[in-house]
Write a protein that binds this ligand. Structure first.
Ligand code: MN
Length: 434
């Protein structure tokens, strides 16, 4: 991805804005403990507009009836900081890199924000951003309102995130390429996990095998907390403890994927720890797989997301009836939400700069969005039978299965970006035997 891509996004955002000033801030570093921090992760909206990964920076976009102005505030390079933490871009290098109208020192922002806001009525911000910079901006807006002789002042705080996230919904070719790179590494990691899985290992050891692939493949991080859930642990949807032993005759559910240039992938595979599915495991696995394949098949431009959700629940309900877990008529079971007990989560979510991309799911009128080429959504049906759940046959108890792929909507249908990852019973048993 290059500066032209980011420049074009800023231009488009200015197009979408009414007259006013927008401020988008970098993420605040997160303290881990005492004086150590979590690895820095840039605010996705800020990154989307700049590609800049330094903290303590912010972007100002100004739009009047006849002109626009873009200003990037960054930290100046500081020798002491550089000695301990490495050099920052600084003003000069940032000027070379970014195609903005001006690069300024972040230290000057509090003194300059009042002038930037003068005579504007709209201030676009993330309404839930509690950074110091936004406090400064709000203070400046208040002072301007109280100043006699100022003809126009900020009268409304507008949500900038909605505009940016609407743009983020449809991915550009360079974004899809980046997601493909993340998926490729994730594919290798899942295959390694299948190959290395042995009875008696700890869940964290499979996690470590996968983390090695991510880091060795270019220093990339996990896109979210890795789930390695052996046996009944798979029935805890957000199990991240990963400290249990992997036992003979059980499945392991792995929901893990890496991030490349801040773009996520999100993949789940469930496979037998000893390499061979039991009969009961195979029955449930194929039931979930069938649902997943049929839902993916249904994705194409024009299809509405809420229809897809209902369709997937109907298929899961049918699967539960076929397995003998539920009995009765499907519509009545759906009405009573009986299937939700064994499949409580949604069929999928937008994916991009965030693993759960916070892009809108409904249009301005509140109607469910229809798929368009360039949208990326995960498809992840699952069935979960707790080990202590006496409402299911004993042979199914303790089985939790989810299968998740990353789906790109195309002009004439969709493409499974993670189609290369072993998924059928045969492919998985073959991969496990290597
Ligand atoms: Mn997911």
């Amino acid at each position: 991805m290059n500066e032209t891509h980011f420049f074009n996004r800023r231009t488009k955002l200015l197009d979408l804005m009414e007259e006013g000033v927008a401020i988008v801030t970098a993420a605040i570093p997160a303290l881990r403990s005492n004086d150590t921090e979590h690895p820095y992760r840039q605010n996705s909206d800020f990154y989307y507009l700049t590609g800049f990964d330094e903290s303590n920076s912010l972007l100002v976009l100004i739009k009047t009836h006849n002109e626009t102005k873009t200003i990037l505030y960054v930290e100046a390079n500081d020798e002491q900081y550089a000695l301990w933490n490495g050099a920052r871009h600084g003003i000069e290098k940032a000027k070379e890199r970014f195609d903005v109208d001006d690069v300024r020192n972040i230290k000057d922002f509090p003194d300059q924000i009042k002038d930037l806001l003068r005579e504007h009525v709209n201030l676009y911000i993330d309404l839930f951003d509690d950074s110091e910079a936004l406090s400064e901006a709000k203070l400046a807006a208040r002072l301007l309102r109280e100043t006699r002789g100022v003809k126009r002042h900020i009268r409304s705080f507008r949500d900038i995130t909605h505009l940016i996230r609407s743009m983020r919904l449809v991915k550009a070719p360079e974004e899809i390429e980046t997601i493909r790179r993340a998926v490729a590494l994730t594919a290798d990691a899942h295959h390694i996990a299948m190959k290395r899985s042995r009875v008696g290992m700890k869940e964290y050891q499979l996690q470590a095998e996968m983390a090695y692939v991510f880091v060795n493949g270019g220093g990339h991080t996990e896109a979210y907390g890795t789930i390695v859930a052996g046996g009944n642990n798979a029935n805890t949807l957000h199990y991240v403890d990963n400290r249990d032993e992997l036992r003979d005759g059980e499945l392991v559910l792995i929901d893990a994927a890496c991030e490349v240039e801040l773009y996520a992938s999100d993949i789940t595979r469930t496979f037998p720890i000893n390499g061979r599915f039991s009969e009961a495991q195979r029955e449930v696995y194929n039931a979930v797989l069938e649902v997943q394949l049929r839902v993916i098949e249904a994705i194409k431009p024009g299809v509405k997301r809420d229809w897809l959700q209902t369709y997937s629940e109907e298929l899961l309900c049918d699967a539960l009836i076929n397995l003998g877990v539920l009995s009765g008529e499907r519509d009545a079971l759906m009405e009573a939400k009986e299937h939700k007990k064994y499949s409580p989560h949604g069929i999928g979510h937008w994916m991009g700069l965030d693993v759960h991309d916070p892009c809108p799911y409904v249009d301005e009128a509140g109607e469910a969005l229809a798929f368009e080429a360039g949208m990326v959504m995960t498809i992840e049906p699952g069935l979960y039978f707790r080990v202590d759940d006496e409402s299911v046959e004993e042979k199914y108890r303790g089985i939790g299965i989810r299968i998740e792929d990353d789906i790109l909507v195309t002009d004439d249908g969709c493409e499974n970006l993670s189609a290369m990852i072993a998924k059928s019973v045969e492919e998985i048993e073959e991969m496990c035997s290597r």
